[in-house]
Design a binder for this molecule. Structure first.
Ligand code: SF4
Length: 356
């Protein structure tokens, strides 16, 4: 159970069974817990005072002893293409970002799993300051609910590709995922949830054991260890061969083809030889390659020219790799992950509250 502040439980972090037990501990019948759960999971309501079919006394009690909600949306940055980036301020004053991405009548939410990130990839704004703290499951769920209230429904897809390395906060991430996919929770299809990782091998193996048909995206970014060492510091970097072995294990156990994410950096990992090697990896490990043209931040890396991007794509394709190039979304000035948070790090006026 997620707890914030003075150790009070977070409503968003409680399962249906925990809410039923909580109701009974307050001397209420078990169905009151079910009603609470229905408000959260079906009606996307986190404020007990709005749960009109509960007795007034229980609403007041729940509003007092359960933290609901713990966070709030304090800034929104909208791009011309409809993408919206939300800044979520947490109970302790820290903040994370989430992104709402509309595409072809589908809505994808990109959620954060940590405040900051311990991996500190050298091309990433989110990792620049290292890890501040892990998010609790309830805080991850609140991101989902804040976004869902904004569009009036649950998203079609969720990708855990915001700030943080989810597989280094695995137990809380798995709790949040269980709540999202459980028929007793939000009831989303596990196939519509994508867990992204920078290649944390023990985490990939644990995810394979978890037994849900989640989509897995592994950020490879380089085809050999020497090049990868230039992009990802030592602390949490695993050898490419171990990552690919874990990818094979995940594909076999979860029955899901894995996507290898590859951020293209000018003059670093964008040569024809890199493309041919990437195609070989795709073929031998039955993996999809998703090319991501670098979205420049204030790092030393640059995005390759358009003709280099096109040549790289064609080379992977012609060498038998399954390849896509990520469509760019949210190309406003704060599009790169971590930038909205950094811009508002010194505090900001609330423009929205309570996930509205
Ligand atoms: S790219 Fe992902 S894993 Fe790497 S520092 Fe950024 S958030 Fe962390």
């Amino acid at each position: 159970m997620s707890r914030v502040g003075h150790g009070l439980p977070m409503l968003a972090g409680m399962s249906r069974a925990e809410l039923e037990q909580w109701a009974q501990e307050q001397g209420e019948p078990v169905f009151r817990g079910r009603q609470l759960a229905d408000w959260v999971f079906h009606r996307l309501e986190l404020d007990p005072r709005q749960m009109t079919n509960l007795p007034h006394s229980l609403r007041e009690l729940a509003a007092t002893v359960l933290v609901a909600p713990a966070g709030r949306v304090t800034a929104v940055d909208a791009a011309e293409d409809g993408t919206e980036k939300l800044l979520v301020r947490l109970a302790d004053g820290q903040s994370v970002e989430m992104v709402l991405i509309p595409a072809e009548a589908r809505m994808t939410f990109c959620l954060s799993t940590q405040v900051g990130c311990p991996v500190r990839c050298r091309f990433c704004a989110s990792g620049a300051e290292g890890l501040v703290r892990n998010l609790q499951a309830g805080e991850i769920i609140e991101e989902l609910v804040f976004g869902a209230r904004r569009i009036g429904r649950l998203p079609d897809n969720v990708v855990f590709m915001g700030i943080g390395e989810g597989l280094l906060n695995l137990e809380e991430l798995l709790r949040a995922i269980e709540s999202m996919v459980s028929p007793d929770g939000f009831g989303m299809s596990p196939r519509r949830l994508t867990v992204s990782t920078s290649g944390i091998v023990p985490g990939i193996r644990r995810l394979a054991e978890f037994g849900r048909e989640l989509t897995l995206a592994v950020s490879l970014h380089a085809v050999n260890d020497e090049l990868r060492a230039r992009l990802i510091p030592d602390g949490f970097r695993y050898p490419v061969c171990e990552i690919l072995a874990a990818v094979d294990e995940y594909r076999e156990r979860a029955g899901r083809m894995v996507t290898l994410e590859y951020t293209l950096l000018d003059g670093v990992n964008d040569s024809p030889a890199d493309a041919r090697e990437l195609a070989r990896i795709s073929r031998e490990h039955h993996a999809k390659i998703n090319l991501i043209p670098y979205n420049a931040t204030d790092t030393a890396f640059r995005r390759p020219p358009r003709r280099v991007l096109e040549t790289f794509f064609r080379t992977v394709e012609q060498c038998g790799g399954r390849v896509t190039m990520r469509q760019e979304r949210g190309s406003s000035r704060t599009a790169a992950c971590g930038q909205l948070r950094r811009r508002h790090a010194a505090g900001s006026e609330d423009v929205l509250s309570g996930g509205e």
